[in-house]
Design a protein around this ligand. Structure first.
Ligand SMILES: C[S@@+](CC[C@H](N)C(=O)[O-])C[C@H]1O[C@@H](n2cnc3c(N)ncnc32)[C@H](O)[C@@H]1O
Length: 283
Protein backbone atom coordinates (compact mmCIF):
# COMPACT_ATOMS: atom_id res chain seq x y z
CA UNK A 1 0.00 0.00 0.00
CA UNK A 2 1.28 3.44 -0.84
CA UNK A 3 0.35 6.26 1.51
CA UNK A 4 -1.36 9.24 -0.06
CA UNK A 5 -0.30 12.88 0.40
CA UNK A 6 3.27 11.82 0.97
CA UNK A 7 5.66 14.05 2.86
CA UNK A 8 9.37 13.47 3.43
CA UNK A 9 10.37 11.02 6.14
CA UNK A 10 10.20 12.67 9.56
CA UNK A 11 8.68 15.84 8.14
CA UNK A 12 4.98 15.04 8.42
CA UNK A 13 2.32 17.57 9.32
CA UNK A 14 1.19 17.61 12.90
CA UNK A 15 -2.42 18.15 13.79
CA UNK A 16 -1.86 21.14 16.05
CA UNK A 17 -2.80 19.43 19.34
CA UNK A 18 -0.91 20.55 22.39
CA UNK A 19 -0.51 16.84 23.29
CA UNK A 20 0.57 16.04 19.75
CA UNK A 21 1.68 12.63 18.50
CA UNK A 22 5.46 12.93 18.72
CA UNK A 23 6.24 10.48 15.92
CA UNK A 24 4.21 12.60 13.50
CA UNK A 25 2.21 11.49 10.48
CA UNK A 26 4.92 11.28 7.83
CA UNK A 27 5.04 8.56 5.21
CA UNK A 28 7.86 7.01 7.24
CA UNK A 29 5.62 6.76 10.32
CA UNK A 30 2.67 5.42 8.31
CA UNK A 31 4.94 2.72 6.90
CA UNK A 32 6.41 1.99 10.33
CA UNK A 33 2.92 1.53 11.80
CA UNK A 34 2.09 -0.95 9.05
CA UNK A 35 5.23 -2.93 9.95
CA UNK A 36 4.37 -2.75 13.65
CA UNK A 37 0.92 -4.23 12.98
CA UNK A 38 2.45 -7.08 11.00
CA UNK A 39 5.37 -7.89 13.30
CA UNK A 40 3.38 -7.69 16.55
CA UNK A 41 0.41 -9.70 15.22
CA UNK A 42 1.80 -12.88 16.79
CA UNK A 43 1.81 -11.46 20.33
CA UNK A 44 -1.60 -9.89 19.73
CA UNK A 45 -3.06 -13.24 18.61
CA UNK A 46 -1.78 -14.82 21.83
CA UNK A 47 -3.49 -12.10 23.81
CA UNK A 48 -6.78 -12.46 21.92
CA UNK A 49 -6.69 -16.22 22.56
CA UNK A 50 -6.38 -15.49 26.27
CA UNK A 51 -9.10 -12.85 26.52
CA UNK A 52 -11.46 -14.73 24.19
CA UNK A 53 -12.70 -12.41 21.46
CA UNK A 54 -15.32 -14.55 19.76
CA UNK A 55 -17.71 -14.47 16.78
CA UNK A 56 -20.30 -11.76 17.20
CA UNK A 57 -18.18 -9.68 19.62
CA UNK A 58 -18.14 -5.90 19.43
CA UNK A 59 -14.57 -4.66 19.65
CA UNK A 60 -12.70 -1.37 19.35
CA UNK A 61 -9.01 -0.66 18.76
CA UNK A 62 -8.32 2.74 20.36
CA UNK A 63 -5.49 4.65 18.62
CA UNK A 64 -5.50 2.00 15.90
CA UNK A 65 -2.80 3.60 13.75
CA UNK A 66 -2.94 2.38 10.16
CA UNK A 67 -3.90 -1.23 11.01
CA UNK A 68 -3.30 -1.96 14.69
CA UNK A 69 -5.00 -5.24 15.53
CA UNK A 70 -8.03 -4.51 13.31
CA UNK A 71 -7.40 -7.47 10.92
CA UNK A 72 -7.23 -9.85 13.89
CA UNK A 73 -10.39 -8.43 15.45
CA UNK A 74 -12.29 -8.68 12.16
CA UNK A 75 -11.23 -12.31 11.71
CA UNK A 76 -12.47 -13.18 15.20
CA UNK A 77 -15.61 -11.05 15.45
CA UNK A 78 -16.79 -12.30 12.05
CA UNK A 79 -19.62 -10.98 9.89
CA UNK A 80 -22.10 -10.55 12.76
CA UNK A 81 -19.58 -8.81 15.01
CA UNK A 82 -18.67 -5.13 15.06
CA UNK A 83 -15.13 -3.76 14.80
CA UNK A 84 -14.35 -0.08 15.31
CA UNK A 85 -10.99 1.64 14.70
CA UNK A 86 -10.53 4.92 16.52
CA UNK A 87 -7.68 7.25 15.56
CA UNK A 88 -7.05 10.95 16.17
CA UNK A 89 -4.57 11.87 13.41
CA UNK A 90 -6.27 12.61 10.10
CA UNK A 91 -3.52 11.41 7.81
CA UNK A 92 -3.02 8.17 9.75
CA UNK A 93 -6.78 7.60 9.74
CA UNK A 94 -6.87 8.14 5.96
CA UNK A 95 -4.13 5.52 5.57
CA UNK A 96 -6.08 3.16 7.88
CA UNK A 97 -9.20 3.49 5.75
CA UNK A 98 -7.13 2.74 2.65
CA UNK A 99 -5.44 -0.33 4.20
CA UNK A 100 -8.81 -1.65 5.40
CA UNK A 101 -10.38 -1.15 1.97
CA UNK A 102 -7.47 -2.95 0.28
CA UNK A 103 -7.91 -5.90 2.66
CA UNK A 104 -11.71 -5.92 2.58
CA UNK A 105 -11.90 -5.38 6.34
CA UNK A 106 -15.39 -4.37 7.56
CA UNK A 107 -14.11 -1.75 10.02
CA UNK A 108 -16.11 1.24 11.19
CA UNK A 109 -13.62 4.10 11.53
CA UNK A 110 -14.09 6.95 13.99
CA UNK A 111 -11.89 10.00 14.36
CA UNK A 112 -11.50 11.03 17.97
CA UNK A 113 -9.32 11.69 20.97
CA UNK A 114 -8.82 8.70 23.24
CA UNK A 115 -8.81 10.95 26.31
CA UNK A 116 -12.35 12.14 25.56
CA UNK A 117 -14.28 9.70 23.42
CA UNK A 118 -17.46 10.70 21.67
CA UNK A 119 -18.84 7.15 22.00
CA UNK A 120 -21.67 5.85 24.20
CA UNK A 121 -20.95 4.17 27.54
CA UNK A 122 -21.30 0.41 28.02
CA UNK A 123 -21.10 -0.43 24.31
CA UNK A 124 -18.18 -2.82 23.61
CA UNK A 125 -17.34 -6.39 24.65
CA UNK A 126 -13.64 -5.78 24.06
CA UNK A 127 -11.72 -2.49 24.24
CA UNK A 128 -8.07 -2.58 23.18
CA UNK A 129 -5.11 -0.24 22.80
CA UNK A 130 -1.47 -0.80 21.88
CA UNK A 131 1.35 1.74 22.35
CA UNK A 132 -1.04 4.66 22.75
CA UNK A 133 -0.54 5.26 26.49
CA UNK A 134 3.17 6.06 26.06
CA UNK A 135 2.14 8.65 23.51
CA UNK A 136 -0.26 10.65 25.67
CA UNK A 137 0.26 12.95 28.63
CA UNK A 138 -2.79 11.58 30.46
CA UNK A 139 -2.82 7.78 30.16
CA UNK A 140 -5.28 7.47 33.07
CA UNK A 141 -7.81 9.49 31.06
CA UNK A 142 -7.48 7.02 28.17
CA UNK A 143 -7.95 4.02 30.48
CA UNK A 144 -10.93 5.80 32.09
CA UNK A 145 -12.55 6.31 28.70
CA UNK A 146 -11.80 2.76 27.58
CA UNK A 147 -13.46 1.51 30.76
CA UNK A 148 -16.48 3.75 30.28
CA UNK A 149 -17.22 2.49 26.76
CA UNK A 150 -16.84 -1.21 27.71
CA UNK A 151 -20.04 -2.97 28.69
CA UNK A 152 -20.23 -4.43 32.22
CA UNK A 153 -18.46 -7.79 31.93
CA UNK A 154 -16.46 -6.52 28.95
CA UNK A 155 -12.67 -6.72 28.77
CA UNK A 156 -10.22 -3.80 28.55
CA UNK A 157 -6.75 -4.69 27.41
CA UNK A 158 -3.53 -2.72 27.07
CA UNK A 159 -0.25 -3.49 25.31
CA UNK A 160 2.61 -1.16 26.20
CA UNK A 161 6.41 -1.41 25.96
CA UNK A 162 9.21 -1.28 28.46
CA UNK A 163 12.56 -0.17 27.08
CA UNK A 164 14.71 -1.42 29.97
CA UNK A 165 15.17 -4.65 27.99
CA UNK A 166 16.32 -2.75 24.89
CA UNK A 167 19.97 -3.77 24.43
CA UNK A 168 22.44 -4.49 21.67
CA UNK A 169 25.24 -7.04 21.58
CA UNK A 170 28.10 -6.63 20.81
CA UNK A 171 27.75 -3.20 22.47
CA UNK A 172 28.03 -0.06 20.36
CA UNK A 173 28.86 3.40 21.81
CA UNK A 174 25.85 5.07 20.14
CA UNK A 175 23.18 2.66 21.42
CA UNK A 176 22.78 3.91 25.00
CA UNK A 177 23.08 7.65 24.18
CA UNK A 178 20.48 7.46 21.38
CA UNK A 179 18.11 5.46 23.58
CA UNK A 180 18.62 7.92 26.46
CA UNK A 181 17.92 10.89 24.17
CA UNK A 182 14.73 9.27 22.90
CA UNK A 183 13.44 8.65 26.43
CA UNK A 184 14.42 12.19 27.45
CA UNK A 185 12.53 13.72 24.50
CA UNK A 186 9.40 11.85 25.57
CA UNK A 187 9.86 13.01 29.18
CA UNK A 188 10.24 16.63 28.06
CA UNK A 189 6.82 16.27 26.43
CA UNK A 190 5.24 14.85 29.58
CA UNK A 191 5.19 11.24 28.30
CA UNK A 192 6.55 8.00 29.70
CA UNK A 193 8.24 5.68 27.22
CA UNK A 194 8.37 2.89 29.82
CA UNK A 195 4.61 2.74 30.15
CA UNK A 196 4.42 -1.06 30.12
CA UNK A 197 5.60 -1.81 33.62
CA UNK A 198 2.65 -0.06 35.27
CA UNK A 199 -0.33 -1.09 33.13
CA UNK A 200 -1.63 -3.84 35.44
CA UNK A 201 -1.57 -1.39 38.35
CA UNK A 202 -3.32 1.21 36.18
CA UNK A 203 -6.12 -1.21 35.32
CA UNK A 204 -6.66 -2.02 38.99
CA UNK A 205 -6.70 1.69 39.80
CA UNK A 206 -9.42 2.14 37.16
CA UNK A 207 -11.58 -0.35 39.07
CA UNK A 208 -11.21 -3.36 36.78
CA UNK A 209 -11.35 -6.86 38.24
CA UNK A 210 -9.53 -10.13 37.43
CA UNK A 211 -6.54 -8.14 36.18
CA UNK A 212 -3.89 -10.31 34.54
CA UNK A 213 -0.55 -9.42 33.00
CA UNK A 214 2.02 -11.11 30.79
CA UNK A 215 5.14 -10.12 28.92
CA UNK A 216 6.54 -10.93 25.48
CA UNK A 217 10.11 -10.48 24.29
CA UNK A 218 11.62 -10.01 20.84
CA UNK A 219 15.17 -10.73 19.71
CA UNK A 220 16.27 -9.45 16.29
CA UNK A 221 19.20 -9.99 13.93
CA UNK A 222 20.51 -8.23 10.81
CA UNK A 223 17.97 -8.11 8.02
CA UNK A 224 14.91 -8.18 10.29
CA UNK A 225 12.73 -5.08 10.29
CA UNK A 226 12.91 -4.45 14.03
CA UNK A 227 16.72 -4.70 14.12
CA UNK A 228 16.78 -0.96 13.36
CA UNK A 229 13.76 -0.01 15.51
CA UNK A 230 15.77 2.38 17.70
CA UNK A 231 17.02 4.15 14.56
CA UNK A 232 13.49 4.32 13.14
CA UNK A 233 12.23 6.03 16.30
CA UNK A 234 15.19 8.37 16.73
CA UNK A 235 14.99 9.36 13.07
CA UNK A 236 11.27 10.21 13.45
CA UNK A 237 12.20 12.21 16.59
CA UNK A 238 15.44 13.71 15.18
CA UNK A 239 14.42 17.37 15.46
CA UNK A 240 13.13 16.97 19.01
CA UNK A 241 16.26 15.12 20.11
CA UNK A 242 18.50 17.84 18.68
CA UNK A 243 16.33 20.52 20.32
CA UNK A 244 17.14 18.81 23.65
CA UNK A 245 20.63 20.29 23.22
CA UNK A 246 22.85 17.33 24.17
CA UNK A 247 23.53 16.22 20.59
CA UNK A 248 24.19 18.48 17.62
CA UNK A 249 22.63 17.54 14.30
CA UNK A 250 26.04 16.42 13.06
CA UNK A 251 26.64 14.26 16.18
CA UNK A 252 23.21 12.72 15.88
CA UNK A 253 23.66 11.85 12.21
CA UNK A 254 27.17 10.45 12.74
CA UNK A 255 26.05 8.28 15.67
CA UNK A 256 23.00 7.02 13.80
CA UNK A 257 25.06 6.14 10.73
CA UNK A 258 27.69 4.34 12.78
CA UNK A 259 25.05 2.38 14.71
CA UNK A 260 23.24 1.44 11.48
CA UNK A 261 26.43 -0.09 10.10
CA UNK A 262 26.99 -2.01 13.37
CA UNK A 263 23.42 -3.37 13.38
CA UNK A 264 23.96 -4.73 9.87
CA UNK A 265 27.02 -6.73 10.92
CA UNK A 266 26.45 -10.49 11.04
CA UNK A 267 26.22 -11.56 14.66
CA UNK A 268 24.82 -8.29 16.04
CA UNK A 269 21.79 -9.08 18.18
CA UNK A 270 19.27 -6.66 19.61
CA UNK A 271 16.67 -7.23 22.30
CA UNK A 272 13.70 -5.05 21.55
CA UNK A 273 11.48 -3.46 24.21
CA UNK A 274 9.46 -6.05 26.07
CA UNK A 275 5.76 -5.73 25.35
CA UNK A 276 3.61 -6.00 28.46
CA UNK A 277 0.02 -7.04 28.00
CA UNK A 278 -2.53 -6.53 30.76
CA UNK A 279 -6.26 -7.02 30.76
CA UNK A 280 -9.15 -6.81 33.18
CA UNK A 281 -12.93 -6.99 33.36
CA UNK A 282 -15.33 -4.13 33.90
CA UNK A 283 -17.51 -5.00 36.90
C1 LIG B 1 2.54 3.96 18.27
S1 LIG B 1 1.07 4.20 17.40
C2 LIG B 1 0.26 2.62 17.61
C3 LIG B 1 -0.79 2.34 16.58
C4 LIG B 1 -1.52 1.00 16.76
N1 LIG B 1 -2.15 0.93 18.05
C5 LIG B 1 -0.56 -0.16 16.59
O1 LIG B 1 -0.21 -0.79 17.58
O2 LIG B 1 -0.16 -0.43 15.46
C6 LIG B 1 0.11 5.24 18.42
C7 LIG B 1 -1.17 5.71 17.74
O3 LIG B 1 -1.98 6.40 18.69
C8 LIG B 1 -2.52 7.55 18.05
N2 LIG B 1 -2.83 8.51 19.10
C9 LIG B 1 -1.95 9.22 19.85
N3 LIG B 1 -2.62 9.98 20.74
C10 LIG B 1 -3.94 9.73 20.55
C11 LIG B 1 -5.13 10.20 21.17
N4 LIG B 1 -5.09 11.08 22.18
N5 LIG B 1 -6.31 9.74 20.72
C12 LIG B 1 -6.36 8.84 19.69
N6 LIG B 1 -5.26 8.36 19.06
C13 LIG B 1 -4.08 8.80 19.49
C14 LIG B 1 -1.42 8.00 17.12
O4 LIG B 1 -1.92 8.85 16.11
C15 LIG B 1 -0.91 6.67 16.59
O5 LIG B 1 -1.63 6.24 15.47
Amino acid sequence: MTATAASPAGMGRQSGHRDRYLLGDSTAEVEHLAHQAEVYAEEAEQLLDLVGVTAGSSAIDVGCGVLGILPLLCARAGPVGRVVGLERETRILDAARQYAAERGLPVEFVQGDATSLDLPSDSFDFVHERTVLLNVQRPAAVIGEMTRIARPGGVIDLQEPDFSSCVCDPPHPAWDPLLAELLAAYRRNGKNFNSGRRIARDLRAAGLTDVQVRVTARLTQPGEYYQTFLLTLTSLMRDQIITGGRLTAADFDAQAESLRAHLAQPGTLTCQPTMLQAWGTKP
